[in-house]
Ligand binder design. Structure first.
Ligand SMILES: C[S@@+](CC[C@H](N)C(=O)[O-])C[C@H]1O[C@@H](n2cnc3c(N)ncnc32)[C@H](O)[C@@H]1O
Length: 198
């Protein structure tokens, strides 16, 4: 199976792909979700995005857009996906990564923005009412970056802040979240959420 076909299977059969790729010699990031979310984490995110206070779901770090696409399909809410295309688990160039993600998201009702997390978050109020947004942080996982992103969300009065990799000892997410918020309201797998951020 060539790389394009492998990637297309991500778009169409993400669950199967986790198993199928294990035999392809691709060095994955060390988990079983290819840098994305598990089914339980995705279900939690969909449940959170369905909360009545949420008009828009913003995903910082969308990778191939699979989570954004699922949230859009299952919630009917506005979905904005942001990525600077600096990393993917297949060694695609940044341009290939962006082109592939745009193909996955085409016609799916997701707005894809190429860009860095921080300037996007700093200008969020120009795009939507931040108090009615759920911002899901899954781009950089470095402590200082995540802390700045959370603080930008607070400064913009984002209604709900969530993210991935809480409790993952490889990253600085847990420390950043606890320093700003204390304990999250809820953690599912490695997804965390803090509501009514003011
Ligand atoms: C772990 S993956 C995201 C997985 C995705 N949320 C999902 O559920 O499938 C991280 C993504 O964040 C992007 N990224 C990393 N740092 C970023 C930054 N500072 N701004 C925007 N995107 C970033 C990478 O290019 C990569 O696509």
């Amino acid at each position: 199976m060539n790389k394009v076909l492998q990637l297309w299977r991500i778009a169409t059969h993400p669950r199967e792909l986790r198993m199928a790729l294990s035999g392809l010699g691709v060095r994955l990031a060390g988990d079983d979700a290819l840098g994305g979310l598990t089914d339980a984490e995705t279900a939690a995110l969909v449940r959170w995005a369905k909360e009545p206070v949420v008009d828009a779901f913003v995903e910082i770090g969308t990778l191939f857009g699979l989570t954004a696409r699922t949230v859009a399909q299952l919630t009917g809410k506005r979905v904005v996906a942001v990525d600077n295309f600096c990393w993917n688990p297949f060694g695609l160039t940044s341009a290939q990564h962006e082109a592939f993600t745009r193909k996955i998201l085409s016609g799916g009702g997701v707005e894809l923005v190429r860009g860095d997390a921080e300037p996007f978050l700093a200008s969020l109020s120009g795009r939507m009412d931040p108090s009615r947004a759920l911002v899901f942080l899954d781009g950089s996982h470095a402590y200082a970056d995540v802390k700045r992103e959370i603080e930008l969300c607070k400064a913009q009065c984002v209604g709900i802040v969530a993210g991935h990799d809480f409790g993952n000892p490889r990253f600085g997410v847990t420390r950043a979240v606890r320093e700003v918020f204390g304990e999250p309201d809820e953690v599912v797998g490695m997804c965390w959420i803090k509501r009514a951020v003011r």
